[in-house]
Structures are given as C-alpha cells and as structure tokens.
Design a protein around this ligand. Structure first.
Ligand code: ADP
Ligand code: TMP
Ligand code: ASP
Length: 247
C-alpha cells in the first residue's frame, strides 16, 4: 500500500496486535498496521473481530492527538488508509508502564482485594516486556539491572510522563461517562534521547468502565468471556467521536 507521501516497505515484525513495516527510503518512520487479532494471557487465548484493527487505529490516533495538545509527545505522525499509522521509529524501552486508578485485574488478584476500590493519585508499576518470561513485574533496581532504562532519572521520567498521560486521559474518558480504571503504555527514545510515548492506547491496553453501570468496555470482555467485545470497542469510539469529534 502507499499513501502518496509514504510507501509501505518490508515487514519488520509481526506482534500480537500489530504488524510493523518499514517506510521505503525513510529510516526515521515506521508503518504500523493494526490487525483484527485479539490475544490475552500472553497469547494463550486468541480471537478476533471484524474491524478491530480499524477501530483501534482510530481510537489510538485520536488519543495521541488529544495528548499532543497537552504537550505530551508521542510517536504518532499520521493515519494512512483504514487501519494503518505512520509513526516515528524509536529505540523502544522494554518496559510496560502500568498506571492504576482503581483496584482491578492482577492488582486485585495479587492483594486479594475486591475490584473497584479507588487508588487516589494513581500507582505506577513497571513490567519487563519479554514474552518468553510473560512480562514479569520489576522493581526500579531490577529494571536498571536489566538495562531497560538508562538510569534512575529515566525511570523517574517514565513515571512522570505516565502520570501526566493518566491525568489527561482520566478527564478525556470522564467526558465520555467512562472511568479509566488502569492502562499500560510503552515509551521509546528518539534521536535526541528524549523519551516519547509510543505503541498504542486502546481498549486493548486500558480498562474502561461505564461510569453509571460499571459495564466493562475493554479487552476484559474478551479475557473473561463476557461477550460483546466488538460492541464495547465500537461504543468507546462512538462516544469519542461524539464528545471529542473533529480532532
Ligand atoms: P507485541 O509485540 O506486544 O505483540 P504489537 O503486536 O502491538 O505488540 O506489536 C507492535 C510492536 O511495535 C511492539 O513490540 C512495540 O513495542 C513496537 N513499537 C511500538 N511503537 C514503536 C515505535 N514507535 N518504534 C519502534 N517500535 C515500536
Ligand atoms: P493487569 O491488571 O493485568 O496487570 O493489567 C493492567 C493494565 O495493563 C490493564 O489495563 C491491561 C493492560 N495490560 C496490557 O495492555 N498488556 C498486558 O500484557 C497486560 C498484562 C496488561
Ligand atoms: N497483552 C497480552 C496478550 O495479548 C496480555 C493481555 O492483554 O491480557 O496476550
């Protein structure tokens, strides 16, 4: 495929939710293709639904544009076609940075707490991004030993940026009558060594609960066999277009 300005190059990597291509004659950018595949529990559970890639591409790009207005730099450059995105090629930091505003998921399980308790201010956790090890939790010192981050200062930057993203997204989703329960983000370094938000922010990587009914509008519908997975993702995009449309 080509988009006028950008020509799709070779497939560099196929992940669980996206395919990563080079851009021909352009070393600075990558071509991200959002797949319809849906996986959970380190791909032990697999599924898909029609248009999932297109929906997630639209959600991710609207969120990156919104964050840009709050001066949060991301890798997003522009959308191409129905389910593709051009982004800046980064040196990825092998950490999944999770922010939690409410007790849910692995946090609820780990501490035997009921889901839904508020965590005011937000908690940041680091997980080592490594499929073979199933992305284990790491302390700051473990992350530094593994050389995922350059130094403690870079870890502090990741925490600060993740919490800034959190503050912006809490309000972004509240306007849709949705509580942002928790989410995962990834970061990379650009040519100047600056830390930049990367990958995606979508219902794959967030827990999103309807404010009134507490209905889950995210990948937990798939993880927990609740049904209505595609409908939930579509509902999030619909509300985003209604409230934040024209972005
Ligand atoms: P996974 O690798 O976890 O299965 P995906 O299917 O989403 O995940 O694959 C996308 C891959 O692209 C991820 O490994 C992610 O870290 C990487 N990535 C995301 N944004 C960038 C970027 N701007 N530069 C380089 N790599 C990126
Ligand atoms: P957890 O409660 O399972 O640790 O998940 C916390 C958040 O991170 C939740 O919003 C889902 C997201 N997440 C990912 O995006 N990828 C993952 O591999 C995992 C485990 C969680
Ligand atoms: N991201 C992991 C997977 O796709 C785990 C999860 O989201 O539950 O398998």
């Amino acid at each position: 495929m080509n988009s006028g300005k950008y020509l799709q190059g070779d497939l560099l990597y196929e992940g669980k939710a996206k395919k990563v291509y080079s851009v021909k004659n352009d070393k600075k950018h990558l071509w991200l293709h959002f797949k319809d595949d849906l996986t959970a529990f380190n791909a032990q559970k697999r599924g898909s639904f029609e248009k999932k890639g297109a929906i997630n591409r639209d959600i991710a790009s609207m969120i990156f544009r919104h964050l840009e207005k709050a001066e949060i730099n991301s890798h997003f450059v522009e959308n191409v076609g129905e389910r593709d995105m051009i982004c800046d090629k980064l040196e990825m930091i092998a950490l999944e940075v999770v922010v939690r505003n409410f007790v849910a998921g692995s946090f609820a399980k780990k501490f035997n707490l009921p889901e839904g308790g508020r965590i005011s201010g937000g908690i940041v956790e680091f997980y080592f991004k490594n499929d073979a090890l199933q992305d284990p939790f790491v302390s700051d010192d473990q992350a530094l030993y593994l050389k995922t981050a350059r130094d403690q200062r870079e870890l502090e930057t990741l925490k600060r940026l993740a919490l800034h993203v959190n503050r912006e997204l809490i309000d972004f989703f509240l306007a849709l009558r949705v509580d942002l329960i928790d989410f995962k983000v990834e970061f990379g370094r650009n040519h100047d060594g600056d830390v930049v938000l990367a990958d995606e922010i979508t219902p794959d990587s967030c827990r999103l609960w309807d404010r009134n009914s507490h209905e889950k509008l995210d990948k937990d519908r798939f993880r927990r066999d609740l049904g209505g997975v595609g409908e939930a993702y579509k509902e999030i995009l619909k509300r985003m277009r209604e409230v934040h449309g024209g972005m």
